[in-house]
Design a protein around this ligand. Sequence first.
Ligand SMILES: N[C@@H](CCC(=O)N[C@@H](CS)C(=O)NCC(=O)O)C(=O)O
Length: 205
Amino acid sequence: MIDLYTANSSNGQRAAIMLEECGLSYRLRKLDLAAGEQREPWFLAINPAGTIPAIVDGDAPGGAPLPLAQSGAILLYLAMKTGRFFPLDPALRAQAFGWLMHAVTDTAAASMTIFLLQNYTPEKSEANVRWFEERAVKFFRVADGRLADHEYLAGDVSIADFALYPLTAVRRPLIDRAGDLPHLARWAAAMAARPGVQRGMQAAA
Ligand SMILES: N[C@@H](CCC(=O)N[C@@H](CS)C(=O)NCC(=O)O)C(=O)O
């Protein structure tokens, strides 16, 4: 059994989508981030960074329970564990890794910075928010270009798509306002129609 420590955020949704899509049974452990539950000693023992998502796999290789943080690492781990949602062809698999990183490093960082600027940084600046919004749209545009002639980011639906989708959902107003991302919109609609994606998006809602 896998325990998923999460909250209602795009990073958390990414891990829940993968668990759902893989058909793995898991226990949902929802954390109250506003109350600071992620900084309590019991959770820091699982993820010293004090961030969600994290999993503890009770059926990990080697027999001992395996704690793992970082949503991108969780996707990769579950793909290796189940043999699902990453291409077998080495070149295509490399593409999937590249698009996974595009989502969890570049795009997620821009999206997270918008959130932090709007909610937590000591000085508020609308100009800085706009700057990072443009940066996020720039990364969404790169994915849109890829999706112009690919149904999914790398071959069949994969961890790369699961990584990016929650960001397109949370940044939907930004994407709509940009108005020039038709391929991303087509892909997002296809992703949103998947029952596993729907369950993952709702898991910690
Ligand atoms: N790179 C990490 C980011 C994790 C992250 O920043 N999670 C946020 C929620 S989306 C969090 O736990 N924030 C609580 C905190 O920083 O105290 C990942 O992909 O898992």
